[in-house]
Design a protein around this ligand. Structure first.
Ligand code: BEZ
Ligand code: FE
Length: 275
């Protein structure tokens, strides 16, 4: 007979997963058991509190669908998504930042430089970038996957007034690793206000709902680690309170007026770590 007591339950639960054949999966599950038991011990978790937490997770599941993952949002507002990004960031490379829920594979391929402005209102601006290795060598033919929100704050997937694929594209950098996208200046964007993550967790904490204005980019080049990152508008008032902890100093840049006049330009150098 196994006599399960307060001082043996954690070891027993952890050992019960020793049969997982895949070593990394075993490490992940056993580490999770240790962390969850440590948490319950630290806070002295009660029955009522645990029932409340499970009911909250049920609500998170109930509002989730193929188009909307409230679980991802939960990970985002807990800082967990951003922690995973930071753990994956490599020395010498541009820091990673939150992928978010609005990336969709298969953006239209456009010629470089690309023009995404079309029928969009908002301030037309340029994003100019150069993609290099961590050692500084330009990465000819690097691929840029780009997306952002429209002037009303919404991404095309959740706004029937926008054309399909609005404000997103893929393109290939030139021989110097350079790319340019004419687009509109992004605007701040609130996390969804109708779900349990905002209503039961973030709002009661007195936190804000805003993501500061940002561009999303995925940069890839052969032999290099793909970078999922964001660029933030240095003039945005929400930089210090991003609801999902995505802001890094190295990812904040200004839209500068060009010396000869014309549309403002954000310029950024990106560094990719070796694969
Ligand atoms: C976004 O980048 O739009 C986003 C990221 C995380 C949660 C919600 C929105
Ligand atoms: Fe976004």
């Amino acid at each position: 007979m196994r006599d399960i007591r307060l001082d043996t339950i954690t070891t027993a639960a952890e050992a019960s997963f020793a049969g997982l054949a895949e070593p990394r999966q075993r490490e992940l599950v056993q580490g999770l058991v240790r962390a969850l038991h440590g948490y319950a011990r630290e806070v002295g978790l009660t029955h009522a509190e645990w029932r409340g937490a499970l009911a909250f997770l049920h609500r998170v599941g109930d509002i989730s669908s193929a188009e909307r993952s409230e679980f991802s949002l939960l990970s985002d507002v807990l800082g967990l998504s951003s922690l995973v990004d930071l753990l994956a960031s490599r020395p010498g490379a541009t820091p990673g930042s939150v992928l978010g829920p609005f990336h969709a594979v298969g953006s239209p391929w456009l010629d470089n430089p690309a023009d995404l402005v079309r029928e969009n209102t908002g301030e037309p601006v340029w994003l100019r970038g150069q993609v290099r290795s961590a050692a500084g060598a330009p990465l000819a033919g690097a691929v840029v996957d780009f997306w952002q929100n429209a002037a009303n704050g919404l991404y095309w997937q959740v706004d029937p007034t926008q054309p399909r694929d609005n404000l997103r594209c893929q393109l290939r950098c030139d021989a110097e690793g350079r790319f340019a996208i004419r687009t509109i200046r992004p605007v701040p964007y609130p996390i969804p206000p109708d779900g349990p993550v905002w209503l039961d967790l973030v709002q009661p904490a007195g936190r804000g709902c805003w993501r500061p204005a940002h561009f999303h980019l995925i940069l890839s080049a052969e032999g290099h680690t793909t970078l999922v990152t964001e660029l933030f508008d240095a003039e945005d008032p929400h930089l210090a309170s991003d609801a999902v902890f995505g802001v890094r100093e190295a990812l904040v840049a200004r839209f500068e007026p060009p010396p000869a006049g014309g549309e403002r330009v954000m310029a950024m150098d990106f560094r990719l770590a070796p694969a």
